[in-house]
Design a protein around this ligand. Sequence first.
Ligand SMILES: [Zn+2]
Ligand SMILES: [Zn+2]
Length: 78
Amino acid sequence: MASSTEKAGKCEKCQTGDVMCRFNDFDRGDLRVMAWEHKCTDCGIRVTQAWRSDQPNAGDTPEGLPTCPWCGRTGKTA
Ligand SMILES: [Zn+2]
Ligand SMILES: [Zn+2]
């Protein structure tokens, strides 16, 4: 599984912590899972959004490089 993490700015809730934007790309051949997570290093507030290839109604297929639904960065894992 490939993943990448970047800072995505200050937390809106606690105003002091850094929000870390994490992207996970899991490919098992018959199953592809891409998951985004924003988590504050201080207060721990967390939001996640995942896309699974076995759930065709989960939304648009993120072909190529998907973008974070919150900060808009692309999910390159290299
Ligand atoms: Zn916070
Ligand atoms: Zn993000």
